[in-house]
Ligand binder design. Structure first.
Ligand code: MN
Length: 240
């Protein structure tokens, strides 16, 4: 297993102030690898695309969100690795904290590298090897089995080290539709309340969500990725 490092994740956050998961590298799991896409209404709305590998979530911030149209290449800026447990995180990062705003689990499911048409859903070690190699060479092809995102996608690094493109491959799941329009959380069913974070400056305590009108944005019952209730985590892995 390659060394996974959550130092950067840790350095950016204060875990007494944010409800985000603590930095723990997950124990070696079994079953297919997990992917998750979180809609994050930070200073700028974006979607965080995450692929499980080596006990952490390799992460990219996608400003426009993923597309299922092969003609729509979406910028994906690689960010720090996130802990495995982040996959089920949904809630509010308080004002003043890094990434302050709301997070919902927009999509999740399992994935496998699919370079050359071969998939490794049943061989996690080989799948992780392929992902590691792809990350190094700057080209990853993978098959998603999510609720909203399905079929083959690519992540291709540009000349800028951290900037990748997320591209839908042509297959039977490709369509010229706006998949982002499906805006509800696959965990809790809530949708981000458009514009709410813009009304509140980051430093304002009034930025806290109104619990009376928006109760369901609080952390959901899927508090742990080991929960299988909503099909978020197919792998039965021990918590680190
Ligand atoms: Mn984010």
């Amino acid at each position: 297993m390659a060394k996974s490092d959550l130092t950067e994740y840790s350095a950016k956050r204060s875990f007494t102030a944010t409800p985000e998961p603590a930095p723990a590298v997950a124990a070696t799991g079994s079953g297919p690898l997990l992917f998750v896409v979180q809609q994050h209404s930070a200073r700028r709305m974006h979607y965080d695309f995450r692929l499980e590998c080596d006990g952490v979530l390799k992460s990219w911030a996608v400003p426009k969100g993923p597309s299922v149209d092969p003609n729509e290449k979406r910028l994906a800026v690689q960010v720090e690795d996130h802990p495995y447990d982040y996959a089920s995180f949904e809630g509010v990062i308080p004002p003043g904290q890094y990434g302050a705003g709301e997070v919902i689990v927009w999509d999740c499911g399992v994935y496998s590298p699919d370079e050359g048409g071969a998939t490794w859903f049943h061989d996690r070690r080989q799948a992780e090897r392929e992902i590691r190699e792809g990350l190094e060479k700057g080209k990853l092809s993978f098959l998603l089995r999510g609720e909203k995102l399905k079929g083959s996608f690519a992540l291709v690094r540009t000349k800028e080290a951290k900037q990748w493109l997320l591209i839908k491959h042509k297959d039977r799941f490709a369509a010229p539709t706006d998949v982002i329009a499906q805006n509800r959380s696959v965990l809790s069913g809530v949708a981000y309340l458009r514009g709410s974070s813009k009304r509140c400056p980051r430093s304002s305590s009034r930025c806290m969500p109104n619990r009376a009108t928006r109760p369901s944005i609080e952390r959901t019952g899927c508090g742990s990725p080991s929960s299988t209730a909503i099909g978020c985590s197919p792998s039965s892995k021990g918590k680190a």
